[in-house]
Design a protein around this ligand. Structure first.
Ligand SMILES: Nc1ncnc2c1ncn2[C@@H]1O[C@H](COP(=O)(O)OP(=O)(O)O)[C@@H](O)[C@H]1O
Ligand SMILES: [Mg+2]
Length: 379
């Protein structure tokens, strides 16, 4: 079956579409990536998405509109990807744009609730593309007691588990997250959690200090020196004390955090500020890897996500991991382009749902049981 996987992550950079041929079932699923394409959000859409994520200022009417607008953009992206590849999908798996995610139950009007919300109306995509759509993947895992994230470990386990080599798979999107798969691991031995900020702080500072969406290839950070004092202060914050599974988002590392971070950097120039933010991401990945290496020996460290293109970040990660003797590579070296991976994951997850198979990895999300994820919109 040809499935279109559609992802737009917390970076709010745009839409990734992967056209994937999927076969098999459960953890024995196999796939072939046929084509992938990225569609950056137009600047006003990006601004609207970022504004909507800022829960203090979002208007409900705008949220409703955004839900339908994003569905239009997702549909255009899928149709365009199909035209370029001269292919037609039979099913769509659309993650949607997370507007709010709180994976841990908190008190609200007398009930303890874990909540999440992804925008991008599945019914509209189904009507526009003409095939069934699976969307809203996270709530079913939360209803089973999980944090609703991360969901990509399903793909990581399907693709990267190995009989002899323990593998750590690190995605660097807006947020960084890792999946650790011990050698010969059963699914319940898979560990996954958010390492901390990925590109989110770097991007926000690039916007404020350089008037750019991101620090292209890490060139600005390459000219600066990280400020150790600031990194220490950030690492002392409560997020980094949490034991996995833990999840993060703009709620932790959004604009308020960036303002605080900038103030901590004092009068440092933009090179040093960008270098500090980049080193912070590398450091949080380093300490997270150290933590999982205490229990199991891993041999491979496999990076994906847009952050893999930030050369300064990759250099700093190599410095962090150097003493741990891991073989560092990107998913690109293993046949899966770094910016296609998450879109592929949602194609695979949609396919499981279509076949009524569960696809959360309970040890990764903290769910009490396997769950069939998502909601199906029929044509
Ligand atoms: N050439 C590049 N140099 C530096 N950073 C890059 C480059 N290409 C992409 N990125 C970073 O990757 C981010 C997008 O990564 P992505 O994996 O799509 O994240 P998300 O899943 O959060 O949308 C961009 O916002 C940017 O920070
Ligand atoms: Mg993205």
């Amino acid at each position: 079956m040809i499935v279109a996987g559609v992802m737009s992550g917390t970076s709010a950079d745009g839409i990734d579409v992967a056209l994937v041929r999927v076969m098999g079932r459960g953890f024995r699923t196999r796939f072939e990536l046929l084509s992938h394409k990225a569609f950056p959000y137009p600047a006003p859409v990006r601004r609207a998405v970022l504004a909507a994520m800022d829960a203090k200022s979002a208007k409900v009417a705008d949220l409703a509109r955004l839900n339908f607008l994003l569905a239009e953009l997702y549909s255009d992206a899928i149709l365009s990807a199909q035209r370029s590849a001269r292919l037609k999908c039979e099913l769509v798996g659309c993650h949607g744009q997370t507007l709010y995610h709180q994976g841990d139950p908190q008190n609200f009007l007398g009930r303890k609730l874990a909540v999440t919300w992804q925008a991008g109306e599945g019914s509209l995509i189904a009507a526009r593309v003409g095939v069934p759509v699976v969307s809203d993947f996270r709530p079913a895992d939360m209803a089973a007691g999980g944090k609703g994230a991360p969901l990509v470990p399903f793909l990581d386990y399907v693709l990267f588990r190995h009989r002899r080599r323990g593998r750590i798979v690190q995605n660097i999107g807006g947020i960084g997250n890792l999946t650790a798969i011990p050698p010969r691991a059963k699914p319940e031995q898979v560990i996954a959690f958010d390492t901390g900020p990925g590109n989110m702080i770097i991007d926000a500072l690039a916007g404020r200090l350089l008037n750019r969406r991101y620090d292209l290839d890490g060139k600005v950070a390459a000219k600066g020196e990280p400020i150790e004092r600031v990194i220490h202060q950030v690492l002392a914050s409560p997020f980094f004390w949490q034991k996995p599974p833990r999840t993060a988002g703009r709620e932790q590392f959004g604009e308020d955090f960036v303002t605080w971070f900038q103030r901590r950097c004092g009068r440092a120039d933009r090179y040093d500020v960008l270098a500090t933010a980049t080193a912070l991401t590398a450091r949080t990945i380093g300490t997270s890897v150290e933590m999982v290496m205490k229990r199991t020996k891993y041999r491979d460290f496999i990076v994906s996500g847009g952050g893999a293109k930030n050369l300064t970040l990759m250099r700093m990660i190599e410095e962090q991991l150097g003493p741990m003797k891991l073989k560092i590579q990107t998913t690109g070296n293993l046949g899966l382009p770094v910016d296609a991976k998450e879109a592929v994951a949602f194609a695979l997850l949609a396919y499981q749902t279509w076949r009524r198979q569960p696809s959360n990895v309970p040890s990764a999300t903290g769910a009490r049981r396997p769950a069939i994820l998502g909601k199906v919109s029929y044509v």
